[in-house]
Design a protein. Structure first.
Lengths: 127, 166
């Protein structure tokens, strides 16, 4: 005798009811929509409170502006022998990557100078 | 008190009032333009660093898997690069916190000494991020680049001698 037969033998009055018998289709749909909205709200709250969310700059329709990751570097195979050609290609791609990096801001401390953040007007500087 | 002394005093008071008014402008800039530019740069740099590190790691794994000369030296440099990238990440986080603290100071014009001290802290932490960027630059060029160039020259030499012998 399998377990499904056992379940069938439980009297109706003893079965746990998840949903009431008289719940209509409309009520069920509303319930599903409410639960979905609740899940979306929880997910968004988790995203918004995450310290990493400030780094999420990608927006639909916007191009990614990472110059370095567009460089065609070598594939991810780790087994092949490195010959002179492979090493030369690696030097070239590394040079390209270093050149691309130089285009980014270097977080110079002078970026927070009084004049740059508006603590000092240009009139004050000329005096 | 001399007239010059009075002028200096009034000038100093004026400068202080001006500074007090402008601290709010500075807070706005730190909250707006500076933040936007910094986060964009942080994301771009970190993405680029990870990309470069991953590719270098694969390259060194190829050398290691084939027991090639120079693998150990290059591995050491790549590990240093990884450490420097981690430092950049955590130092940027510290700097960003310091920047946010400056922007959250209430009535900065009434708390100028505190504002100045918080600004100094933010500048100092930004300087650390700048040092991390320079360290990573140095690890990539000349350290790693020179090591791969040496490897290339050795491989070229051994390949040409094999060609002559073979």
């Amino acid at each position: 005798m399998d377990s499904s037969t056992n379940t069938d033998q439980i009297p109706d009055k003893n079965r746990r009811k998840v949903l009431p018998d008289d719940m209509g289709l409309a009520t069920m749909l509303i319930l599903v929509v409410v639960v979905s909205l609740l899940l979306v709200a929880i997910s968004y709250a988790l995203y918004a409170t995450s310290p990493q969310s400030k780094y999420d700059l990608a927006r639909p329709g916007q191009p990614t502006d990472s110059v370095v990751t567009d460089i065609d570097d070598q594939d991810l195979d780790t087994s092949e022998y490195v010959d002179a050609n492979v090493a030369k290609e690696k030097i070239e791609s590394l040079e390209q990557e270093i050149r691309a990096l130089s285009g980014y801001n270097k977080f110079e401390s002078s970026d927070l100078d009084d004049q740059n953040i508006g603590l000092q007007s240009s009139d004050q500087l000329s005096q | 008190m001399t007239i010059t002394g009075l002028m200096t005093l009034s000038g100093g008071t004026y400068a202080q009032t001006e500074y007090g008014t402008r601290c709010r402008i500075a807070q706005q800039n730190l909250r707006g333009t500076v933040r936007d530019q910094d986060i964009r740069t942080r994301v771009s740099r970190f993405q680029a660093y990870q990309f470069i590190y991953k590719r270098l790691d694969v390259f060194v794994q190829r050398l290691e898997n084939n027991n090639q000369r120079g693998a150990a030296d290059l591995r050491q440099e790549v590990n240093q690069l990884k450490q420097a990238i981690d430092d950049f990440k955590s130092d940027y986080e510290d700097y960003d916190q310091a920047r946010v603290t400056v922007t959250k100071l209430q009535n900065c014009s009434d708390n100028l000494p505190e504002f100045t001290s918080l600004m100094q802290d933010a500048r100092q932490k930004r300087r650390r991020v700048n040092t991390d960027v320079l360290t990573i630059d140095k690890i990539l060029d000349p350290s790693i680049k020179n090591k791969i160039t040496d490897l290339y020259n050795n491989l070229l030499e051994s390949e040409s001698s094999e060609g002559t012998n073979g």
